[in-house]
Write a protein that binds this ligand. Structure first.
Ligand code: MG
Length: 252
């Protein structure tokens, strides 16, 4: 079901979103060679709780941690553990927060020290693809316009769009309708209306688009082993520009 939020609900969602965005700031500060993904997760969890929120992912369908941390060829749903970050890694951190009854969801991919030119390009393309998608998130546009903008930008830059996992409506629940694919045709799909809140989250591979889920039943990896990046924001639809509810730009 697609839900529409009132102005006062959107104000609470922005508070929730600020907790999620600032958690990415915490991640940025501590991600460096030698730390484990579990340590990053622990600091994120502490931060969310200290800000009065709850980690949306903890226990979600049995997920055991407070964030998803996906390294290099891991696309999404990496489970924090004893993996040690090394120079040259790219580390995607995805954080969801429940605060005063509202969920927010955001992600960013961080470069550790010097990364290859290809990885640097992938991060730039994915971050810009998110902006392309957000630019279409306006009342009267359609879900297909968002996906098409992302796909066109990504493919014209020689990267590929993961199809099996998509963005989503969000608010009262972590995952609400509609689905928000990162590919599609302009003018198709659900029409966007004022008060809808959606998470736009391009998952972009440097190589081919195909992915697999590994034996932990969570973590998604690229089939060809190429690196993958993930940037995400929760936004609210208005009659003009989308309102960014997880404004991590000021934290990372
Ligand atoms: Mg999401």
């Amino acid at each position: 079901m697609i839900t529409v939020k009132s102005q006062s609900e959107l104000e609470v969602m922005a508070l929730s979103g600020d907790v999620a965005a600032s958690a990415l700031g915490v991640a940025k500060e501590i991600i460096k060679e030698g730390v484990t993904t579990d340590y990053i997760d622990k600091k994120i969890k502490e931060h969310i709780i200290q800000r009065g929120g709850k980690p949306s992912f903890l226990g979600y369908r049995g997920f055991p941690k407070s964030s998803c941390i996906s390294v290099n060829d891991e696309v999404i749903h990496g489970i924090p553990g004893d993996r040690v970050i090394v120079e040259g890694d790219i580390v995607s951190v995805d954080v969801g927060v429940l605060y005063k009854g509202f969920h927010s969801d955001n992600a960013a991919t961080f470069a550790v020290g010097q990364v290859s030119r290809e990885k640097k390009k992938l991060l730039e393309v994915t971050a810009l693809a998110l902006q392309e998608g957000i630019s279409m998130a306006v009342e009267g546009m359609r879900i297909g316009d968002i996906g098409n903008a992302i796909q066109t930008f990504v493919e014209s830059n020689g990267c590929s769009v993961v199809r099996e996992f998509v963005g989503h409506g969000i608010g009262y629940e972590l995952h609400e309708d509609p689905e928000v694919p990162n590919y599609g045709r302009p003018g198709r799909g659900q029409r966007l209306s004022k008060g809808m809140t959606i998470a736009i989250e391009p998952m972009i591979n440097l190589g081919a688009r195909h992915v697999d889920v590994i034996e932990n039943d969570w973590t998604v990896v690229t089939r060809d082993g190429s690196p993958s990046a993930h940037f995400e924001m929760t936004v609210a639809i208005t009659e003009s520009k989308a309102v960014i509810l997880t404004d991590w730009g000021k934290y990372i």
